[in-house]
Design a protein around this ligand. Structure first.
Ligand code: ZN
Length: 493
């Protein structure tokens, strides 16, 4: 059941296959999304983007229906805009220079895509675009897309190149080679990208499309399990969390033999059941549930602990920081996790997580660092979607900033797994943003106080000009936390 998440927007992507490539392991063009993008910045993916209203107006021949035609048109346009590759009929005689000026006409907005094709006597043909599924972004993010994927062959004498803007880099790579890079933790990618690489890596066979579509998630059914990184499965569950977030990410960290469950947060039965089924499958595959671990005590992170414990037969250890255990009343913590404690998982590949006591958002907040794999489970200290509230009831701004600094000092981080939203593929940039955002707020609050404004309500009105009045009550809590820190720092009385 999805209640508050927004409807996904139509989008299209192109999996570009190289001319004359080895059909047993074809080369595909994959791209790294710019670090600056709010949606999946720094992720490896295929070129694509949101459908424009004008896409439906383009001349697309041989499409089974108008919806498919519009999607193909959007896919072709995105491919052209992002990589300069034009998969088009009637364009065979266009010179490189002519394609450049066409691109310029499109980018500068001189002519819309559909008019441009007409003007140059070009048209699209559905036969050049093989539909291989549609994937819907899980509802853990407000930005959601219903993305249609198409295979297309790169036309002769055209060479893709990354056009600055949404993409940072791109390259031809064999499907198996690209997948291996993901397996080696060198990139972060989403399930449809990985699925495509796996299918193509098994060869361009007559049943290729059938294999692509054999997954329910490749046919528009929202995936419940997301593996951004091998051995780290994200399972978002719907929770009564703070808007705009609607889900909390439960993480299932596993080897061939053992499984750790982080933050089973949903109090809703159907969500608990879905999670339990996923865990049951992992157990049926030969794994032992080692522990349920809590990053902190907030209800949206612990709401499903008791139900899961019961489901697993009652004798599973629940582990958390002692401070968390002190606050929790309905959930019993069996084991305390100490700062710097190392949790080692048996099996393949062996995994080691180091616990870090990182208070601020909550007194017993823990993060978990896998130094070997470059992973940091950040709980609510950093989230992939929404913002982190430091509420003086149990939050401390000074501790929080220290915790962020400590996280920032970890070497070789390549991905953050937060308590809400998708993984973050730009760890240091994200942590820096969090730190500078808080310090900037602190500066403006201090200035307001120095100008004689002391009432938190008034401070909010002056300082939080970028948030909607609906969020003022929360902003007021944050101001109190900032004032407390400024007092501790001796900057205000
Ligand atoms: Zn929280």
């Amino acid at each position: 059941m999805e209640r508050t998440s927004t409807a996904p927007k139509d989008a299209a992507a192109v999996i570009l296959i190289r001319q004359d490539t080895d059909p047993n392991n074809p080369e595909v063009y994959w791209v790294k999304r710019s670090d600056k993008l709010a949606f999946l910045g720094g992720f490896h993916a295929f070129p694509g983007g949101q459908i424009d209203a004008d896409d439906a107006a383009a001349d697309v021949r041989n499409a089974p229906n108008s919806e498919t035609a519009a999607m193909i048109s959007g896919a072709a346009r995105e491919l052209f805009e992002e990589l300069g590759v034009l998969v088009i009929r009637g364009g065979e005689t266009l010179t490189k220079g002519q394609r450049e000026s066409l691109l310029d006409d499109l980018e500068s907005g001189r002519m819309p895509w559909s008019a441009l094709l007409d003007h140059y006597n070009l048209h699209l043909d559905a036969e050049d675009f093989t539909y291989v599924g549609r994937w819907v972004t899980p509802p853990f993010n407000a930005r959601r897309f219903d993305t249609w994927f198409f295979l297309a062959k790169c036309p002769p004498k055209q060479e893709p190149r990354v056009i600055a803007g949404e993409l940072a880099e791109g390259e031809w790579l064999t499907a198996r080679g690209a997948y291996a890079r993901w397996m080696r933790d060198e990139v972060v990618a989403v399930p449809p990208t990985l699925h495509a690489l796996r299918m193509l890596g098994a060869g361009v066979t007559p049943d290729l499309v059938e294999r692509f579509l054999s997954l329910r998630h490749a046919q528009g059914e929202v995936a419940r399990q997301i593996t951004f990184r091998p051995n780290y499965l994200c399972f978002p569950v719907r929770t009564p969390t703070r808007p705009p977030a609607t889900h909390t990410c439960c993480y299932l960290v596993h080897t061939s033999k053992e499984l750790l469950i982080f933050d089973p947060g949903s109090p809703y039965e159907e969500e608990q059941q879905a999670l339990a089924e996923c865990i049951d499958e992992m157990v049926a595959a030969g794994r032992r549930v080692r522990e349920i671990i809590l990053t902190h005590h907030h209800p949206d992170h612990v709401g499903g602990v008791n139900a899961l414990k019961t489901h697993l037969g009652g004798n599973v250890t629940v582990a958390a920081h002692e401070e968390t255990a002190k606050i929790l009343t309905d959930v019993h913590v069996d084991r305390f996790i100490q700062d710097n404690e190392i949790i080692s998982l048996d099996g393949e590949p062996p995994l080691q997580l180091q616990a870090m006591h990182t208070p601020g958002h909550a007194p017993g907040h823990l993060c978990f660092h896998d130094a070997q794999r470059g992973v940091l489970i950040t709980g609510d200290n950093i989230v992939g979607f929404g913002s982190v509230l430091i509420d003086p009831a149990d939050g401390k701004m000074r501790d929080y900033l220290n915790s962020l600094e400590r996280m920032r000092s970890l070497p070789n981080l390549s991905v953050l797994f937060g308590g809400h939203g998708p993984a973050v593929a730009t760890p240091y940039k994200k942590i820096d943003e969090y730190i500078s955002h808080r310090l900037e707020r602190e500066r403006t609050i201090l200035k307001a106080v120095q100008n004689g404004v002391t009432d938190p309500k008034e401070i909010v009105a002056q300082v939080y000009t970028d948030v909607s009045p609906k969020a003022y009550a929360m902003a007021e809590r944050a101001v109190m936390a900032h004032l407390e820190k400024l007092r501790e720092d001796g900057k205000v009385r």
